[in-house]
Design a protein around this ligand. Structure first.
Ligand code: AHR
Length: 490
């Protein structure tokens, strides 16, 4: 028997909606042949695929990071503005292709407006310089009578784009990055870039590229960054990708510990430096690239197959566990961006004629649609499992949210058992269930079930309506499932 206790008074803090963010890079078919396909019968008058916009809108992403990724470390943003026919095609070194620059800053802003999301730009801190970075802020956000503002107006955008979130560099700690930087080089570059970008627009929020290379000297790197530039840092950005290369389901399901460990490490470094340097300003954590990515890897782009992973049900469980971790760490994780959003390691997969929704689409949609604004601190116990280096992990992985205005509690549960339906008693403290409970369940015939053009509904979400007693609900979680119990409360 399993027990989950949810006490409405045990509140962890507010959940920032930006944890449901996305990331779109100039890479493979993310933009060209995905989001943007001028001339397609499925495109609107601006060249955006209407079916893709509709699917993305369902995910309700409040923020999308752009334009990379590794791509940004060789990107010249000025190549991507002005008349399309005059834009230069360039060799693209990160992914070994040619970038036509037919899609650029203003197209991305239009895209954001269409899906009602906020842009988050990353500047080139690889082979780019601080002038280029500050010019981009000016072009996007200024309304002074300057040459760059006149240029934006000439390009048809009279009002400033007001891009609030700016990252300085991508994965600068990795040798694979164009313009890799030692900890000293990055701390210095970060501060100087940040200074001039803020002088152009003091209202912007800045993200430092902290850790993506977890086997390098990341403690020293983060320490140096905070030591030298904490006045200019609003977020420490960290990245990770996970996978199941050993094809060991139980071990894959222990990934929740990995998330807690990684976030805990970043929290610890921040806390330690705040005390040591008496840093008073708030600095949050942004997990601004995360996802499952292990199949479409390889040395060459062909071997990587444009990073077009096909996801299965177990990956959907892992995506749900990411959100459980972000909710449980809501005090520090104020932004997270699934990498990526269309075709490239993404929840949406297109062909010239249509699209299908990958398995991971469903947990993203379910969490972003139902999650409340306050994280609760649920207690749970019951069945356990052991795998890899972990023993006696609770088979259920749980988080919970509250929305006081809507009088609603949502309990999110991943059942990590491949075989067992888990009977569970759920009790509510400091409040009562009122009326019906909606149980939204993501599942499929087995853990390897995938969606495809031919079989688009192997994994999806089903909703049942239940009745709870005043403060108790008995529910059986299906094996290998994600469940959101959406409860009205008194
Ligand atoms: O998202 C794919 C790639 O993964 C990004 O370009 C890079 O930042 C990361 O290594």
């Amino acid at each position: 028997m399993n027990y989950i206790k949810v006490d409405l008074d045990r509140q962890l803090g507010s959940i920032h909606p930006h944890i449901f963010g996305g990331f779109a890079e100039h890479l493979g078919r993310c933009f060209y042949g995905g989001i943007y396909e001028p001339g397609s019968a499925l495109a609107d008058e601006h060249g955006f695929r209407k079916d893709v916009l509709e699917a993305l809108s369902r995910l309700q992403m409040p923020i999308v990071r752009y334009p990379g990724g590794n791509f940004v470390s060789g990107y010249r943003w000025m190549d991507g503005i002005g008349p399309v026919e005059a834009r230069p095609a360039r060799p693209e070194l990160a992914w070994e292709t040619i970038e036509t620059n037919h899609f650029g800053t203003n197209e991305f802003i239009q895209f954001c407006r269409k899906i009602k999301t906020e842009p988050y730009f990353v500047v080139n801190c690889g082979d780019g310089d601080m002038r280029e970075a500050r010019d981009w802020v000016e072009y996007c956000n200024s309304s002074q009578e300057t040459a760059l503002v006149k240029l934006r107006r000439q390009h048809g955008f009279d009002a400033p784009h007001n891009v609030k979130y700016w990252g300085i560099g991508n994965e600068v700690d990795g040798e694979w990055q164009i313009g890799y930087k030692t900890p000293e080089e990055y701390a210095r570059a970060y501060k100087e870039f940040a200074k001039v970008m803020r002088w152009v627009d003091p209202s912007i929020k800045l993200l430092a590229s902290a850790v993506s290379n977890w086997s390098a000297e990341f403690v020293e790197r983060t320490q140096l960054l905070l030591d030298q530039a904490s006045d200019f840092i609003d977020y420490l950005a960290i990245h990770w990708y996970v996978g199941n290369p050993e094809n060991d389901f139980a071990n894959y399901m222990t990934v929740s510990e990995f998330f807690d460990e990684r976030i805990g490490v970043a929290e610890g470094m921040l806390k330690a430096m705040k005390v040591q340097r008496n840093i008073q300003r708030p600095i949050s954590i942004a997990v601004d690239e995360w996802n499952v990515w292990y199949r479409a890897r390889g040395e060459t782009l062909a071997e990587r197959n444009n990073l077009e992973e096909v996801y299965n049900l177990e990956d959907a469980l892992v995506v749900a566990m990411h959100f459980n971790a972000f909710i449980r760490h809501c005090q520090t994780v104020k932004m997270a961006n699934i990498a990526q959003i269309v075709n490239v390691i993404a929840p949406i997969f297109t062909s010239p004629d249509g699209l299908f929704l990958q398995t991971i689409f469903y947990p993203f949609e379910l969490y972003s649609r139902t999650c409340g604004n306050i994280a609760l601190d649920p207690f749970w116990k019951g069945d356990t499992f052991s795998a890899g280096k972990h023993t006696a992990l609770r088979t259920l992985d749980v988080s919970a949210s509250l929305d006081e205005a809507k009088k609603s509690v949502v309990i999110f549960v991943v059942n990590r058992s491949q075989t067992d339906a888990l009977e569970t008693t759920i009790s509510l403290d400091s409040g009562f269930f009122a009326g019906k409970v909606q149980a939204h369940v993501i599942n499929g015939s087995d853990i390897k079930a995938t969606n495809s053009f031919n079989q688009p509904n192997q994994v999806g979400v089903k909703t049942a309506v239940l009745t709870a007693e005043r403060s108790r609900l008995n529910y059986t979680f299906e094996p290998h499932s994600v469940t959101a119990l959406e409860c009205q409360i008194d």
